[in-house]
Design a protein around this ligand. Sequence first.
Ligand code: GLC
Ligand code: CA
Length: 581
Amino acid sequence: MSFTAPIQTPGLTLDPQWFRRSVFYEVMVRSFVDSNGDGAGDIAGLSSKLDYLQWLGIDALWMPPFFQSPLRDGGYDISDYKAILPEFGTLDEFRDLVTKAHERNMRIVIDMVINHTSDAHEWFQQSREDPEGPYGDFYTWSDTDEKYENIRIIFVDTEESNWTFDPVRRQYFFHRFFSHQPDLNYENPKVHEAIYDVIRHWLDLGVDGIRLDAIPYLYQSEDGNGEGEPATHEFVKKLRAMVDEEYPGRIMIAEANQWPREVAAFFGTDDEPECHMAFDFPVMPRIFYSLRSQSAAELTRILSETTDVPDSAGWGVFLRNHDELTLEMVSEEYRQAMYGWYAYDPRMRSNIGIRRRLAPLLDNSRAELELAHALLFALKGSPFLYYGDEIGMGDNIWLNDRDASRTPMQWTPDRNAGFSTADPGKLYLPVVQSLVYNYTLVNVESQLAQSRSLLHWIRNVIHVRKAHPTFGLGEMEVLPTDHDSVLSFVRSYAGSGTSFGDSAEDILCVFSFAHNPASVTVVAPRFAGRKLFDLFGGGEFPAFDDEGRVQLTLGTQAFFWLHVGGPNVTPTLPISTVDGE
Ligand code: GLC
Ligand code: CA
């Protein structure tokens, strides 16, 4: 394989570990800004808001699919991998977005849906019409629907089987998701070539990373369950080797909704790496569980378990994304409890999960929103925010499926929330007009004007996090406490000794999920006698005693980030508008 020089990316710092220091922001092109008044967001609209995202402290964007698609699954049903959906814009507009992002030292990660295509894809059309032709084996065809019976159905609300009969070819085809999304056949090496070609196409355009959608499901076998089978890992290793050789510095992120050990397998090993990052699906639902159960036990258990990651890889942590809050990775007992707390209306459920946004899930409680974000920004891994959650946007459970939380971004109290100048009836989805989350109340403009708004609060926490590389690069050790509602861990970083000027530090993080004030003793013998200082304001706290114990008192659903040793304050950001006025 010939070595191709990586595309020059003016403006970007050359930190190979950039993704571990980054704050990511998931933004659906269709939902963010409509630049031409046709009622749907577009790439040019997104470009026009890069200043806002930079002001917020965002380092990298994750863009879900914006390719040619019938849009029957939010664009995850791709009918042409190399074409941009015309309503979203042109290739030139995409190039312009990449350039403008890089000028701001901001990276762009795009979704690569390589497990399946839309049934409208040319490959599928040819495959069904011409079994002997070049695309005949691009999908998994069978005369019976009785193969792979161990493989579970993911979209249980709509699908009865992973096989659907195609009346044209008169055979069944295999699909893990909707029946209009046939799975590609990875047993066929030509599929590998075709997918490599697509990935190179986008990496050549300068994107900084790819999110590998639904990555566990590439291969299936008669004995396995079709999730993370050995052949799937072999493919991911090969892909990583290609990316490292031809596009050094670009990253691969695994979307693997699995148990901790299975997700971690997608990091590979130091010798045979797979993905640079993987979303932390096991931790996410347990944050929500802790908030309502007032018990930190399950979170403490899972955090103690998931820490074994190769040095150069990192978790992607998140509270919400464009999908339902999935409850696949919790026990049945926990799942029922979570439905009771968070999905008391049947319309709030979707498949095995809950289709609501963050603020409504937390009943718009500012204390809970702050606690959840403080945890998100302190956990081991890079935080991923979902567009709109920084202003506590609401959802609309009367819309279908996951559209409930894909409504237009709320910029202003004006027509269509400032998202679009179109006739309101023409919007791809209506703006949220509920009592509590109405766009006239919840929008970027009004939060910019309030110094104590959630938006300013989140911006400041991002700023503090970024001033301490420990959060991105450090180790995490869960500490014992004597209070069931309190989670405590220390983030420790030895310093890099590089030109980035990072120095060694330890940060003690304490979170109380109790619905009343709590007094707790935290134990860390290695810190015996050390002092503690608040990371935000610098205030001195009680010190660890000679045995490394410290007693702390926390208000209702409160948290501390404490510097161990000496004061190391990040001055609070002055309140400013996006334009720096
Ligand atoms: C991933 C996406 C989801 C999509 C599915 C099928 O899970 O996050 O939105 O429906 O893949 O492509
Ligand atoms: Ca538009």
